[in-house]
Design a protein around this ligand. Structure first.
Ligand code: ADP
Length: 256
């Protein structure tokens, strides 16, 4: 028996196929979000990897910003619930989850049973989100997956003082016109995102252990920068990017 969880985000679509023993049979990400061919692509890719047809699925459950738009999903759940479920599965000891997605940042607090106690969200400002990092990667002409490793080579941090995305971008461009070490500038970009996430986390209160979910977990430089801001280790799993889709698949198992 197989189920598929699909997380249709603003920046990326993720899919996870589980068997009845909660084992991951396939997982895929496509870096385009809701309103694109992303949901269909990620669905087909995951099924293909698993050697399955859509008729073989007992249930497809969708989460994320675009969860009500996917025709093959017969059930939907909120992103908050799915990220909590997915992270609780990967790290039962986590009590605070920081999810930095493409266009918002969420902090979710869990109790010892994995139930949600509360959450706070910033969806008003792009400055602390994955989208900000995507824009910076374009301005710097450095692929997103190189930003993390490069920032870890920094020997100083060029701080970005602007709190607004548009002004921060101008600030980065003006730094580029100077003879600076690019690694130090990327470290500064990560610090500015980390500071915003840390402020949101402090607003909700940080209870250890802290775990991170979402695509920005792929950026180890950002994770390190956030650890420095909050003074606490952050748990990251190789599947943390898939936490929402994994949570959706786990919910699907409970509904068949
Ligand atoms: P959403 O669910 O809102 O679509 P995700 O949680 O999938 O967002 O996160 C998307 C973000 O993850 C992107 O904006 C990007 O900054 C980051 N990201 C994705 N893949 C990578 C990667 N390989 N290296 C660094 N950052 C990444």
């Amino acid at each position: 028996m197989y189920v598929l969880g699909i997380d249709i985000g603003s920046a990326a679509c993720k899919a996870v196929i589980l068997n009845e023993n909660k084992e991951i049979i396939a997982k895929r990400v496509v870096p385009i979000g809701t309103g694109t061919t992303g949901p269909m692509e990620v669905f087909d890719l995951a099924l293909n990897d698993a050697g399955l047809k859509k008729e073989d699925l007992a249930l497809c459950l969708a989460t994320g910003y675009g969860r009500f738009t996917f025709p093959f999903a017969k059930a939907q759940k909120s992103e908050i619930g799915c990220h909590a479920k997915g992270i609780n599965h990967l790290f039962p000891e986590a009590r605070t989850i920081i999810d930095i997605g493409g266009q918002d940042v969420k902090v979710i607090k869990l109790n010892g049973k994995g139930n949600i106690l509360n959450f706070v969200m910033n969806d008003k400002c792009a400055a602390g989100t994955g989208r900000f990092l995507d824009n910076m990667s374009k301005i710097l002409n450095i692929p997103l997956d190189k930003m993390g490793p490069m920032s870890l080579e920094a020997d100083d941090i060029i701080e970005i003082s602007s709190t607004c995305t548009v002004f921060a971008e101008s600030e980065v461009i003006s730094q580029l016109s100077k003879n600076i070490k690019i690694e130090n500038l990327i470290a500064g970009i990560h610090k500015s995102v980390a500071k915003r996430s840390a402020a949101l986390m402090h607003r909700s209160g940080i209870v250890e252990k802290v775990a991170m979910s979402g695509g920005v977990t792929r950026n180890r430089g950002l994770v390190k920068s956030l650890e420095e801001e909050i003074g606490t280790e952050i748990l990251v799993h190789e599947d943390s990017q898939f936490a929402g889709a994994l949570g959706a698949a786990l919910f699907a198992l409970t509904e068949v």
